[in-house]
Design a protein around this ligand. Structure first.
Ligand code: ATP
Ligand code: MG
Length: 140
């Protein structure tokens, strides 16, 4: 089951710009089914826990401040080959490098405020989904 799921966040820049609906439309049109979804706002501490893997990177403090700066949408998505296909749909981390037609190319403002998160492995998709949602909050 986990191999067909990924986890995403619509980040504060995209949420505050009113792009959540357009991004979710792209996600659904690409064949992803929403399995769980909620709007929430992270505290700096919770953002720090989510991005703990980056705690040694120079941008970590800014990233935690940014990710807790406003509301986000967190969601679990289902599709065959979900992790890889979703990374293709969102495009490169830096929107300047993202392919035409990708979510980051269209909506991201910078390498940090890059509109969406997408899990980088099946294992992290399961960990990240469980970070936000209990089993009873998910469809199926
Ligand atoms: P995400 O994990 O959010 O899907 P990603 O896997 O493409 O993004 P990561 O290397 O995991 O990229 O970085 C996590 C996040 O940290 C990026 O999405 C971006 O918001 C921020 N980030 C990454 N690199 C930089 C950088 N050089 N300067 C500022 N922020 C950065
Ligand atoms: Mg990542």
């Amino acid at each position: 089951m986990a191999t067909n799921r990924t986890f995403t966040m619509i980040k504060p820049d995209a949420f505050s710009a009113g792009n959540s609906g357009a991004i979710l439309k792209m996600i659904e049109e690409a064949g992803f089914k929403i399995v769980a979804m909620k709007a929430t706002q992270l505290t700096p501490a919770i953002a720090g826990k989510f991005y703990e893997v980056h705690s040694e990177r120079p941008f970590y403090a800014d990233l935690c401040a940014y990710m807790s700066s406003g509301p986000i949408i967190a969601a679990i998505l289902e599709k065959d080959n979900a992790v890889e296909d979703f990374r293709k749909l969102i495009g490169a981390t830096n929107p300047a490098d993202a392919a035409e037609g990708t979510i980051r190319k269209i909506f991201a403002k910078s390498i940090e405020a890059n509109a969406v998160h997408g899990s980088d492995s099946d294992e992290n998709a399961a960990i990240e989904g469980a970070f936000y949602f209990s089993q009873i909050e998910r469809v199926g």
